[in-house]
Design a protein around this ligand. Structure first.
Ligand SMILES: [Zn+2]
Length: 479
């Protein structure tokens, strides 16, 4: 890599919200996605598959969300394999990984407890390594939501960098995308890359025609200092799904010729040649898609003015439930002289199918327990997975409680409740139901508790998960 020209990196965040039924694992038909069965299929045809065929994943930096990766692995396997081989190709060529991990359930990390931040990051790394065969250098923070505790969790997990948007950073940003250093506790540092918001938004909302794109970038970067980095980071679906010409635009931008004013790179590759020197500070509790201190996912904010107050009420219900689930889990695991949170971190190996549950317990010196005691711990660990899924950012992103996404959160909660009930006999459903009655949809006037009743009926669980715990506790999901 020579430093005679400025560099451009394009990062795509490829992601779909979870849409499968948590009780059956099946995907519903989505008529709005016609002529395709559902949105995942349609966006694959418009974006993931043609970008893979064009070789674009070999030249960009990207992350692939866990829900999408799982779906693609099963339903669009050829495209999935092309993404995996793109990362392998890049590594063979540059000895560096062009993919980033992602916090596994797309949780708004600053709103999560410390141990859940660490779990989301560690599971995200393990999942990336499992799928792509390499340890990632960086991680995508869902919605770019950041606080220092999240950055500590990333650094503790041995990763080098994250991406933030320029409005989330304070200090001298005259070096473009950086990289910059951010000071953490005990005099440690983490590296951040800073995306160019106006350039990224220009492509997201006003993408040029394919024939003009390279000229546009040439004009933008012509006066950038040689060796400097500009980062265009946006949703991957921008290229092909939101803008049809995106496939060709991405291909053109990532294959500059000698005549162009810039060279193309990826974050890990650039970082190896250009270690960070300038120190900056992060503005905590910010995100790239809400300028109201994470209000969009915590309480409701002017981003979704019609939402009322259900977001805070739903979050309180989920937080209360989590606390109860965790108390039961930690009591059981500590009674076996084990550390509950590192056991949970390690459990990703079971989710990824790398080890059977009973072998996992044996590895953690629990092989001597009775079958009943072993099943109890495995079911409580499985409940922890659904309890993580409840907090997917998508549940809180939109304006209405009666959308699919909040229902998904409540459905996962029911599944976690059923597993805990099966394992311990404790029925947490009544308290959760009571908490959910405070969350009201402004559009329909119905409460979260009514949604819960409906979901219980759909899953044929009768009036309480207690009655259906046996049925619901049947084998669950992977990561
Ligand atoms: Zn907002």
């Amino acid at each position: 890599m020579s430093d005679t020209k400025p560099f451009l990196c394009i990062h795509g965040h490829f992601y779909q919200p979870p849409r499968e039924d948590p009780f059956t694992g099946t995907y519903r038909r989505e008529p709005e996605a016609a002529p395709y069965e559902n949105w995942n299929e349609r966006i694959t045809a418009e974006c993931y598959a043609p970008n893979a065929q064009a070789g674009n994943f070999r030249r960009i930096s990207f992350n692939l969300g866990g829900t999408l990766a799982r779906w693609m692995d099963i339903h669009a396997h050829e495209t999935y394999e092309q993404l995996v081989s793109a990362v392998r190709y890049y590594y063979r060529r540059y000895s560096v990984v062009n993919g980033l991990a992602q916090a596994v359930h797309h949780t708004i990390l600053p709103l999560a407890r410390g141990r859940d931040k660490r779990c989301q990051v560690r599971w995200g790394i393990a999942s990336f390594q499992h799928r792509f065969g390499f340890r990632p250098d960086g991680i995508w923070l869902p919605e770019m939501a950041v606080d220092y505790e999240t950055l500590e969790a990333v650094a503790e997990s041995g990763l080098w960098f994250v991406i933030l948007s320029d409005e989330q950073v304070q200090g001298d940003l005259s070096q473009g995308a950086g990289p910059y250093k951010v000071r953490l506790s005990r005099n440690r540092f983490i590296t951040i890359f800073v995306r160019n918001r106006s350039l990224s938004n220009a492509f997201s909302f006003n993408m040029p025609a394919a024939k003009d794109a390279r000229e546009w970038i040439n004009g933008t970067l012509r006066n950038s200092p040689p060796g400097s980095l500009t980062l265009l980071a946006t949703d991957g679906e921008t290229f092909g799904h939101h803008h049809k010409q995106g496939i060709e635009v991405l291909r053109a931008l990532t294959t500059p010729t000698l005549h162009d004013s810039y060279e193309i790179t990826t974050l890990g590759h650039y970082l190896r040649q250009h270690p960070p020197a300038v120190e900056v500070e992060v503005i905590e509790n910010t995100a790239w898609s809400c300028s109201h201190n994470l209000g969009r996912w915590a309480t409701g904010c002017p981003c979704t003015p019609e939402c009322g107050y259900w977001k805070g009420a739903l979050r309180r219900a989920l937080d209360n439930l989590s606390r109860s689930i965790d108390e039961i889990y930690t009591d059981v695991v500590r009674s076996r002289d084990l550390a509950p949170w590192s056991l949970r971190d390690d459990y990703i190996a079971v989710l990824l199918g790398q080890v059977e549950g009973l072998d996992f317990l044996a590895e953690h010196h629990l092989g001597h327990l009775s079958t009943v005691a072993q099943q109890q711990i495995l079911k409580l660990l499985e409940a922890q997975v659904y309890r993580q899924c409840m907090f997917t950012s998508c549940a809180f992103f939109f304006e209405d409680l009666e959308r699919l996404e909040p229902r998904y959160a409540i459905a996962n909660a029911i599944k976690a409740i059923a597993l805990v009930c099966y394992a311990s006999g404790d029925d947490l459903s009544r308290a959760f139901h009571r908490d959910l009655s405070i969350a009201v949809s402004l559009r329909t006037g119905r409460t979260g508790a009514q949604i819960m009743d409906e979901l219980l009926q759909e899953a044929q669980l009768g009036e309480s998960p207690l009655g259906g715990a046996m049925a619901l506790a049947r084998p669950g999901k992977s990561e």
